[in-house]
Design a protein around this ligand. Structure first.
Ligand SMILES: [Zn+2]
Length: 505
């Protein structure tokens, strides 16, 4: 039953294709034969003729239509005078250093793409062609106007317009590629980039720089030295004398190279760091690694390996020192993976998260790992500017803790603190004085200890916490030491919360 249905729909599809093929060849047969012959004798290729008449779609990938048109001409031209072989699939291959003629380009591209083992559900073509080809198009259009302007088909063509070499190439490749790659073409993250270049400098480029020169001269004030320069290339306004074929002849085809790639994937989440010997990013001084690992390598490395990408970038919303743990809900981060071969599914992302969290050493953990859009980086940066951070610090003071200290510390709300750049970072940060806000703080006693306590505090982003505790030889004022009127030292610090209005919550 199912089989039968499938067969019927296949048959139906086949009929549709046949119908389409028929209407394609009809549209080719309908082209004005005198104009077609004229163009063929000028060495214009079949696909270029299609595009000059504004044809679109499958006709560019239809061998019968192409051979029908070519059969109208007695002479066969080697290289199209208009597209320099681009639409004939003739090119000089930069990869193999050979001249290739009438190649089965879609097959070549499909084979290469398959060899690279990308996972993809759609593909999109990116085409770059040399400016000399655009100039040829413009010259030919004015030639056509002079030659055929009075004919009715030309009047109609004015409305449909010509198809650019770039779009014609896409029409020529997309249909066969969809069959060969067994998926549809649409703007997705998997791209095939085709680059054509030509050694011959474009006359049009020369003209453009000439007119730029002229404008400059005019600005200086020597007006009326030269006449008006026609700057418009449009059919309607082009008044240049087009009797002469203005094509820039070239006997060399374009150089061609192509490659495929994936646009970056972004993974967002929050990380926790349980070790006081793990830096946020890979930290190497004089070939010696600081700490036993880094958050960047643990998270980024695992994601990269799972995606089979070429590389990754790690971005976090702020940072903590190597000896500070990151607890609570964690710190937001993004990992950008370049040129991934695998497409991460939701299940895949969960598996990566599990893998990181089940690592034996338990140095780092991730939460809420998910795929985010490329806007993730901006969102994170915006959120970072307005974030508040909470800490827990283990503090020692030079005298026993008194009852009134609890009240004294927690009475400070939105305390303004002046911080000169800390001595420990002066070698890499410029000396500045910044005002930061301590939103609130409180003391938690440690049973059986009179000179040690836990200090909980919530501060504005960018506050130096260690310095706020010990005062940094007076460079931070006020400080816990100055408020309590004694020496204060910080022994351990943890980040316990980062409040951020951000997608990574
Ligand atoms: Zn051509």
């Amino acid at each position: 039953m199912e089989e039968q249905k499938k067969e019927e729909s296949l048959k139906h599809l086949g009929e549709e294709e046949e119908e389409e093929e028929e209407s394609v060849s009809e549209s080719v047969r309908d082209l004005p034969s005198d104009a077609v012959k004229e163009l063929l004798s000028e060495g214009v290729c079949a696909r270029c003729i299609f595009r000059l008449f504004g044809l679109q779609g499958r006709v560019y990938a239809s061998p019968p239509s192409i051979s029908f048109l070519s059969s109208l001409s007695a002479t066969t031209h080697q290289l199209c005078t208009l597209c320099f072989g681009i639409l004939q699939f003739t090119y000089y291959s930069d990869d193999t250093q050979t001249l290739l003629q009438n190649q089965n380009l879609p097959l070549l591209i499909a084979d290469t793409v398959k060899r690279h083992a990308y996972q993809f559900h759609t593909f999109s073509l990116e085409v770059s062609i040399p400016p000399i080809i655009l100039n040829n198009d413009n010259s030919l259009r004015s030639y056509m106007k002079t030659k055929f302007g009075s004919q009715s088909w030309f009047q109609e063509n004015l409305h449909t317009g010509c198809i650019s070499t770039k779009d014609a190439l896409k029409f020529s490749l997309i249909y066969p590629l969809e069959d060969l790659l067994e998926c549809k073409s649409s703007m997705g993250n998997f791209r095939i980039r085709l680059t054509y270049t030509h050694t011959k400098a474009s006359k049009g480029d020369q003209n453009r720089s000439d007119s730029a020169e002229t404008c400059k001269r005019r600005k200086i004030g020597e007006s009326n030295l030269v006449g008006e320069i026609p700057i418009s290339n449009s059919l309607e306004n082009d008044s240049s004398d087009g009797c002469e074929f203005l094509l820039e002849k070239a006997n060399e085809p374009c150089h061609f190279t192509f490659f495929c790639y994936r646009t970056p994937f972004y993974f967002g989440g929050r990380y926790l760091k349980y070790s006081r010997n793990v830096s946020q990013t890979c930290w190497i001084i004089d070939d010696e690694r600081m700490g036993e690992a880094s958050v960047e390598e643990i998270i980024g490395g695992n994601i990269l390996q799972a995606c089979q990408g070429d590389g990754f970038k790690f971005h976090a919303a702020g940072r903590e020192d190597i000896d500070v743990r990151m607890l609570g809900p964690g710190r937001p981060f993004l990992v950008e993976v370049q040129n991934a071969r695998h497409i991460p599914s939701e299940l895949f992302v969960k598996d990566v998260e599990k893998k990181i969290n089940n690592m034996e050493n338990k140095l780092v953990r991730v939460k809420n790992l998910k795929l985010v859009g490329s806007e993730g980086w901006d969102l994170m940066r915006e959120g970072e500017a307005e974030k508040q951070k909470q800490y827990a610090a283990l503090v020692w003071i030079s005298r026993p803790l008194k009852d009134e200290d609890f009240q004294c510390i927690s009475s400070h709300k939105d305390l303004k603190v002046l911080q000169r750049t800390p001595i420990r970072v002066l070698h890499r940060r410029s000396p500045l004085e910044r005002e930061k806000i301590i939103h609130w703080m409180k003391i938690e006693a440690i049973a059986g200890s009179s000179q040690y306590f836990l200090l909980h505090l919530c501060t504005q982003a960018g506050t130096y916490i260690k310095e706020f505790v010990h005062g940094d030889l007076g460079r931070t004022y006020p400080s816990i030491g100055s408020i309590l009127g004694c020496r204060a030292e910080i022994l351990q610090l943890d980040v316990t919360d980062i409040k951020m209005e951000c997608f990574l919550t």
